[in-house]
Design a protein around this ligand. Structure first.
Ligand code: ADP
Length: 227
């Protein structure tokens, strides 16, 4: 059966950081639509050229494009034992599209984990976020004081460059927040009825603490399934 999870939250809520750790712990793939889109942009594919302007401005890619990318990714063999979606669904239309995808695959969504963080914390976090250009590791200059601003400190990747994502400029972050409240937050109401939605505080504690809270939520879900 496997675990089928959505990690949800505003920009900078910590979805990527937590989803990467969960994927490692549970040995299931982490699927980030933002990462997939950035790869297309970097590789200069037709899709990359189509979405580049929108993403750099902090706007969303089209719902059909996001759904098609996810449907395609889920056909890969590593998704058979479950997966963690990060950054999808990001609109009610995408949530409906995902229901169709699940139906077609004969799968059930297990949990939607909503990471709650307030706006000023988001702006502060994202302005100091750095992402490793090569391995995708996420750092924050506020919490990694030894980091010299432009090198990945993951031991095995010592020589990799860190980048400040173009959509992490303050103006663009505010635009992403505006779009989050208008388009993405309604996804919570969409899932509220299902009994699958869980809220986890994404601030006021370390990434480790947040991770443990998420693990307890999943453990409780699995225990309830067994009983
Ligand atoms: P964050 O969670 O930090 O906002 P992501 O890496 O998830 O960033 O996404 C970066 C950008 O990629 C988004 O601002 C948006 O432009 C685009 N994007 C990612 N996922 C989707 C999606 N499901 N639908 C539409 N656009 C998306």
């Amino acid at each position: 059966m496997g675990l089928h999870l959505i990690v949800f939250g505003g920009p900078g809520a910590g979805k990527g950081t937590q989803a990467i750790r969960l994927a490692r712990a549970r040995k299931i793939p982490h699927i980030s639509t933002g990462d997939i889109f950035r790869q297309h942009i970097e590789q200069g594919t037709a899709l990359g050229r189509q979405i580049q302007a929108d993403i750099t401005a902090g706007h969303l890619a089209q719902d059909e494009v996001a759904c098609a990318i996810v449907a395609q990714r889920l056909t890969e063999g590593d998704c058979r034992a479950g997966y963690i979606l990060d950054g999808f669904p990001r609109s009610v239309a995408q949530a409906q599209g995902f229901d169709e995808i699940l139906k077609h695959r004969g799968e059930e969504l297990d949990l939607v984990i909503n990471l709650q963080v307030d706006d000023e914390e988001i702006v502060a976090r994202l302005s100091s976020r750095r992402v490793c250009h090569s391995c995708g590791a996420i750092f924050n200059l506020r919490f990694n004081p030894v980091l010299d601003d432009d090198h990945c400190e993951a031991a095995e990747n010592g020589a990799h460059d860190l980048m400040h994502r173009p959509d992490d400029e303050e103006e663009t972050i505010r635009e992403r927040l505006r779009i989050y409240y208008k388009t993405s937050e309604p996804v919570l109401a969409y899932y509220a009825q299902s009994g699958k939605l869980r809220h986890v505080a994404g601030m006021g504690s370390t990434p480790d603490d947040v991770f443990h809270k998420i693990e307890s939520v999943i453990d409780a879900f699995e225990a309830a399934c067994l009983s």
